[in-house]
Design a protein around this ligand. Structure first.
Ligand SMILES: [Zn+2]
Length: 91
């Protein structure tokens, strides 16, 4: 359940589902470490995870969220998706 704005510098509380913008991410992760190739650890089941984030009205007016496989959740300015303003960890 999302209760706060995903912007770490904001953290507004979710009061209305009509406010701001919701982001839904489907994450599939396979835990294969660098050493697993020699031990044949490729039969692991991928882990599926559904994660929801919310940006409040103020933040969603100027920011968007993207999820990168390596770096995780990132806040990006609207209309400039290649620019990185902040890195977040999904916890
Ligand atoms: Zn916010």
């Amino acid at each position: 359940m999302v209760t706060n704005c995903a912007n770490p510098g904001c953290k507004s509380t979710l009061r209305s589902f009509a406010e701001g913008r919701f982001f839904h991410f489907d994450i599939v992760s396979v835990s294969v470490s660098a050493g697993d190739a020699s031990t044949g650890g490729f039969d692991e089941q991928p882990q599926r995870q559904n994660i929801d984030y919310w940006l409040c009205g103020d933040c969603s007016a100027s920011l968007s969220l993207v999820l990168e496989p390596v770096r995780g959740l990132k806040l990006v300015p609207l209309g400039n998706a290649s620019a990185v303003s902040k890195s977040l960890t999904a916890d």
